[in-house]
Write a protein that binds this ligand. Structure first.
Ligand code: SF4
Ligand code: SF4
Length: 93
């Protein structure tokens, strides 16, 4: 069986300069006990930055699985499809 890293290799990206993933309210992240966005995202897009007290978003790594639309317990992530022509395509299958 392929690992997640191997599967991620099969994806091509055309990255937009503008993020399609927006943290609605960083105060909500500050209060969030679980910070589970760091766990449920298979592409490790979200990281809690303790020094800056904010969730950073590496949107360019997103594989558009859609999990964060329902995974954040506070529904604090706004997710929109990348603009036409941007985002990911799969090399195989
Ligand atoms: S799970 Fe949601 S509220 Fe918690 S840190 Fe992540 S984005 Fe913020
Ligand atoms: S859509 Fe999927 S890959 Fe992209 S940020 Fe959300 S959970 Fe991560």
């Amino acid at each position: 069986m392929s690992s997640v890293a191997e599967k991620l290799y099969t994806i091509r990206y055309k990255v937009d300069e503008q993020s399609h993933l927006i943290i609605k309210d960083q105060e909500t992240c500050l209060k969030c006990q679980t910070k589970e966005c760091q766990d449920f995202c298979p592409a490790e897009v979200y990281h809690w930055v303790e020094k800056e007290k904010m969730t950073s978003v590496a949107f360019e790594n997103c594989i558009e699985c859609g999990t964060c639309r329902i995974g954040c317990p506070a529904y604090n992530i706004e997710w929109v499809y990348p603009k036409g022509g941007h985002g990911i395509t799969y090399k195989f299958g």
